[in-house]
Design a protein around this ligand. Sequence first.
Ligand SMILES: Cc1ncc(COP(=O)(O)O)c(C=O)c1O
Length: 459
Amino acid sequence: MNTPLGTDRQQAARDHLWMHMARHSGLHNGGKVPIISRGEGHMIYDDAGRGYIDGLAGLFVVNAGHGRAELAEVMAKQAEKLAFMPLWSYAHEPAIDLAERLAGYAPGDLNRVFFTTGGGEAVESAFKLAKQYFKLKGQPGKTKVISRALAYHGTPQGALAITSLPGMKTPFEPLVPGTFRVPNTNFYRAPEMFSENEKDFGLWAAERIREAIEFEGADSVAAVFLEPVQNSGGCFPPPPGYFDRVREICDEYDVLLVSDETICAFGRIGDMFACNDFGYTPDIITSAKALTSGYVPLGVMIASEKLFEPFTKGDTTFYHGYTFGGHPVAAAVAMANLDIFEREDLNGNVHRNADAFKSTLEKLKDIDIVGDVRGAGYFYGIELVKDKSTKETFNDEESERLLRDYLTPALWEAGLYCRADDRGDPVIQLAPPITIGQPEFDQIESILRSVLSEASSKI
Ligand SMILES: Cc1ncc(COP(=O)(O)O)c(C=O)c1O
């Protein structure tokens, strides 16, 4: 007789569960899979009942915190009333209400709301819309896309083509052609001549977009995809004036500006949409993750009236869709999630406490390997360096020992779930639920202090 399901989940995970972006070799050598059983507020608990601070809100997702019974109840009610209808030429109340609400939060005339099930699909949708829009406008050659070094925009083959992490792309090449890279806004590693002047650095970085458009030919470029604060590489905020200049360049060359807010929306930086925090109006916003605080999957592309206009005529159709995009249960949960944001003023919590969060983390700069603390809102990256005076980074082997062999398990052991990442230079990333305040900032700092202080001796 087979053993009943659930008897040995470690073994079953090793035998059957193909985890995402995971190295399975370690597991097959006897490594243990962390199994998370429940969450409450800003805490998650493993299958042995041990608690951890959720320093990453799952994966930049659970902004309103775990364990909200209210959201579970909304889910159950909606599933009972209408479990499913697609948005393929039909509509349902939760999707209509949510579309209206999101259009209200979005800047300018970004009024047209297209639902997906996640961020990669939202990026994919924006890429396809940009191409079709220009075809409909009689500029069929405008198909190319520009994005920034190290940026991550998702895994579908179009979104992956826009992503700028060679290690994640090469196994799947050839990808969608016609994507190009410009520098990101990592001020810590800005060219020497800008080391004292962030504004000039931002203008220089914006000019690289203009240059790329000119190199490729404006007639061939459809869109620029940028995150408000770039996640991959370790939280690069936009220098002052950067987005103003990018907007001017996009207008001058008739190139669409896509604000990929898969992470940065819904309070992560402070506003419902981070473009509002930084004062620019894109042509398209893409988002997902915290729209439902992760209680169910949902993504979104929000486009301006200009982009929708050609689709109001004759038989013109955006032949694009997802069975589960804008699922009624997901849309109902998103509405209830946003009700919580407003009722508890979660965005206000971020606006009031972001500086305190940053300055608490900045205390870590007295540790020998902490080179930089950067970010905005409740979204920070701590860059680790071998030599603070020269900013020398770790080589691949050292980085492997530091991040994978030491930091990831040590932080977990010390009770903090966060990300130790080496997609650029090594960084620790923090993006906790936006419900927390100073007591939790202090706990996070204290755990990081004890673990990072030991790190040099482990390399
Ligand atoms: C900026 C950005 N775009 C797109 C994606 C892809 O989102 P998803 O994993 O929901 O497809 C992510 C995921 O983290 C992201 O950070």
